[in-house]
Design a protein around this ligand. Structure first.
Ligand code: G1P
Length: 307
């Protein structure tokens, strides 16, 4: 079977406004909100690096400068921590700047995810690349991206990550019609619809925020008209690719993900994510968990805010 060129670059769109977390996101990018003590976006970059992608391009927008600062050196802070002999914190501060080779390009106008990905064209060139959306976090013990890159290198085309959800959730996502292949967790995509009403969804399989795209996607995005919400949708461009033969850069596969995914894009899920991460931290859990158990026990019949 043909082997296709390897994926080396990751594209991370971070230009969204983060209105769901206002006022916290008035002057701070939503991607910088901490999951315990690390910004959500750092987990995403770490995931790319763990999959071997050290070239990371962020598609940013206005008021996202603190993301660039976070992945850059902070000499004064490093000096102060070194002077105090605080090696642990020093290491944690240096880690984000040593992680990957970071690049940034601005998406001038908010014209949708497809448009954000199109902004990566010049940097990526004629190579397959990964796209990681910041609102979705994949547990580091579940190597989804590595599996997707493996599928791409053997079968070519593009690859999306899929997860099965309850029917009442499909209208918030891109939804796929799928066809089995001879690999249990790999399917062929036959249709894609961006955020369909529940009764028009082709299945319960939604796209979660991980993609491996053939570079042909750029040409397709360039001529993709605005879709759902008046925005240029990556989902629509992928549907065009799904209908093209693999020799022309077409064909889209799905990898069924059954691992742990954390959504940090809305308040309920964000809170759950923070609690789950704290529960697994050896430095915090011994004190935090007994408190949490007690809190739940005391408030079993209603939260402190309810009367
Ligand atoms: C985007 C995509 C959608 C996908 C989702 C995953 O939507 O357009 O197809 O299912 O990410 O999180 P957004 O959440 O940016 O509205």
């Amino acid at each position: 079977m043909a082997d296709f060129e390897p994926v080396l670059k990751a594209v991370v769109p971070v230009a969204g406004l983060g209105t769901r977390f206002l006022p916290a996101t008035k002057a701070t990018p939503k991607e910088m909100l901490p999951i315990v003590d690390k910004p959500a976006i750092q987990y995403v970059v770490e995931e790319a690096v763990n999959a071997g992608l050290v070239d990371v391009l962020m598609i940013t927008g206005r008021s996202k400068r603190s993301i660039e600062d976070h992945f850059d050196r902070a000499y004064e802070l490093e000096e102060a921590l070194r002077a105090k002999g605080d090696e642990d914190r020093l290491a944690s501060v240096c880690k984000s700047s040593d992680l990957a080779i970071m690049h940034y390009v601005r998406q001038g106008e908010p014209k949708g995810l497809g448009h954000a990905v199109l902004c990566a064209r010049q940097h990526v060139g004629d190579e397959p690349f990964a796209v990681l959306l910041g609102d979705d976090m994949i547990d580091h013990r579940d190597p989804l991206l590595t599996r997707m890159m493996d599928v791409r290198s053997r079968l070519g085309g593009s690859v999306v990550a899929l997860m099965e959800v309850d029917p009442d959730q499909v209208s918030s996502y891109g939804v796929a019609a799928i066809e089995a292949t001879d690999e249990d967790d790999v399917v062929k995509i036959t249709d894609l619809v961006e955020k369909p009403p529940q009764d028009e969804a082709p299945s319960n399989w939604i796209i979660i925020g991980r993609y491996v795209c053939d570079p042909r996607v750029f040409e397709v995005l360039d001529r993709t008209p605005p879709g759902r919400g008046g925005e240029i949708q990556l989902t629509d461009a992928l549907l065009t690719l799904a209908r093209m033969p693999v020799e022309e850069g077409g064909t889209v596969y799905g990898v069924k993900f059954r691992g742990r995914r954390y959504d940090t894009g809305n308040k309920q899920e964000y809170l759950r994510t923070v609690v789950q991460f704290a529960a697994e931290r050896p430095d915090l859990a011994p004190e935090f968990m007994p408190w949490l158990r007690e809190f739940v026990r005391k408030n079993r019949d209603g939260s402190p805010g309810e009367s």
